[in-house]
Unconditional design. Structure first.
Length: 285
């Protein structure tokens, strides 16, 4: 019991470590604490629920019966959705501190993400990989790289960034602050990476490290652009122009995703640009 209390104190202390000097951050912290607490409880429920079932016939390779496998997937799916909500409703710095405190949450999230991606008719990352292969001398920055599949698929120099590093080639950081010099890359990639309440900071950081006339490749779920404040895909393009990027190409042919290719212009970004996108909600599996 004492150990359990100590663990709870450690989790509470990591949440209290966030800055609480603004009302908006207090709201974000409450959402973060609620998501983490629920997510952290899921593994214990999984073990308890699975072991409480009697082993039946027709077990899978994992040693679980069909009923146990189904229950395990449902519980893991619930945890994935909680973490997904957390990432869409907190700042980059809060997400970074949270996942650094509990790196296993990052693994859980990406396991769920990979399972979802396997069901897609096409993965936009594959399109970006093919594009990078056409420019073998280009230096690339992959913002929100996940398992760094882009870097593993090309011969280019690729700087891979995400909240947690599970690969020696990945740098763990808040992608609003990456350890690269100004104007040092040719291509910036954001593949389903514009999450959280500070996504404008992510894009401005990409602009900082990108050479003039360098390329920005963005892929996002179509439904995320359907907010009144943004004004759809057209509104997003307009906001990107205000951030100092010019649209070179846009592809809306995929039913799920839209991809963009922007280039960095010489003009200075406007102040006060805001981009509010819908959270991407995943249905129960």
């Amino acid at each position: 019991m004492t150990k359990s209390k100590n663990q709870k104190k450690q989790r509470d202390s990591s949440v209290r470590g966030f800055s609480a000097n603004k009302a908006a951050k207090k709201v974000a912290k409450k959402k973060l604490q609620k998501s983490k607490a629920a997510a952290a409880a899921a593994p214990a429920v999984t073990k308890q629920s699975v072991h409480s079932l009697k082993a039946g016939k027709g077990k899978s390779a994992s040693g679980l019966s069909a009923m146990q496998e189904q229950m395990k997937k449902r519980l893991e799916g619930g945890k994935f959705r909680m973490l997904n909500e957390q990432l869409y409703t907190t700042t980059g710095e809060e997400a970074f501190e949270s996942f650094q405190a509990e790196p296993d949450l990052f693994d859980t999230y990406h396991e769920g993400f990979r399972e979802m991606a396997e069901k897609w008719p096409a993965n936009p990352l594959d399109t970006f990989i093919e594009y990078v292969k056409l420019h073998p001398k280009a230096v690339v920055a992959d913002f929100g790289c996940g398992d760094a599949r882009l870097a593993a698929s090309v011969t280019n120099t690729v700087h891979s960034f995400d909240l947690v590093s599970r690969n020696p080639s990945v740098v763990a950081c808040n992608i609003a602050h990456v350890p690269l010099p100004d104007e040092s890359i040719d291509i910036a990639v954001y593949c389903l990476a514009l999450m959280g309440s500070t996504l404008v900071e992510y894009l401005l950081e990409g602009r900082r490290v990108l050479k003039v006339h360098g390329v920005v490749k963005i892929a996002e779920v179509k439904s995320r652009f359907e907010t009144d404040s943004l004004g759809g895909i057209k509104g997003f393009v307009s906001a990107m122009q205000n951030l100092g990027f010019d649209l070179k190409h846009k592809d809306e042919n995929n039913k799920m995703f839209v991809t963009f290719e922007f280039v960095k212009a010489k003009r200075v970004p406007k102040d006060g640009v805001q981009i509010e996108m819908k959270a991407c909600e995943y249905k129960r599996r």
